[in-house]
Write a protein of this length. Structure first.
Ligand code: BEZ
Length: 220
């Protein structure tokens, strides 16, 4: 069976975390939620990533987005590790829960296993997977990195902003888009509809094909 991917409903898994027992659907409730996995506690790249996610907490709060980390060690180990994370990224407070998955059940269900990484006992390890889940519990975006490559939290915020805008309006965000840039009108919107839907107007790119499919507009 193919693993969890865009469009799938996340499974309602349940596990202990640094903030108590979590049932995933209840945790998401009706918020956008970012679920991100880490190969292991007390590992260098993960320590920097969890600290940076915590340092950006206000940015996530502003957007009404919940965070949930997952790592394979137990809650006691996570709590000890948090002391290192907070010391390494001064001023950060790890306020989001980190789920414990010592039996690797959650990471399997969430398609977060790295096929190339094993712990010293031969048990599978999580990749650096990150799912952005909509309030309806569907995966809207997945990033998948190997253990050896840390993520970029600015990119996580950027794609989140794209998802928040494109879930509200019939637009898409073009290459290297960042907030404040123009967006493009979705191809499913006809020219007549576009005129009504985007009273602020739009500019069509002049293309050799003469086709009118690349239409830039300001965020409604
Ligand atoms: C890290 O977080 O630094 C890491 C974890 C597993 C393999 C390689 C790097």
């Amino acid at each position: 069976m193919p693993g969890l991917t865009i469009g799938d409903t996340i499974p309602n898994v349940e596990a202990d975390s640094t903030r108590g027992r979590i049932r995933l659907h209840e945790y998401v409730d009706d918020s956008w939620t970012i679920i991100f996995s880490h190969p292991g506690d007390f590992t260098p790249v993960c320590t920097t990533e969890l600290g940076k996610m915590a340092a950006y907490q206000q940015e996530f709060d502003k957007r009404g987005v919940k965070l949930l980390g997952i790592s394979c060690d137990d809650v006691h180990c996570h709590n000890e590790w948090i002391k290192d994370i907070e010391a390494h990224t001064p001023g950060c407070k790890v306020a989001y829960p980190i789920m414990a998955d010592p039996n690797r059940e959650i990471i399997k269900e969430l398609n977060m296993i790295d096929p190339d990484e094993r712990d010293p006992h031969g048990k599978p390890l999580p990749s650096r997977a990150l799912h952005i889940v909509a309030p309806n519990k569907q995966v809207k975006l997945s990033l998948l990195y190997p253990a050896t490559t840390g993520r970029n939290v600015d990119e996580v915020i950027r794609v989140l902003d794209s998802l928040l805008i494109t879930s509200k309006h019939k637009v898409a965000t073009p290459v290297n888009w960042k907030p404040g840039d123009k967006v493009v009108i979705s191809p499913s919107v006809s020219s007549d509809e576009a005129k009504k839907m985007f009273p602020q107007g739009y500019e069509s790119a002049k293309l050799p094909s003469g086709k009118d499919y690349l239409r830039y507009t300001n965020v409604p």
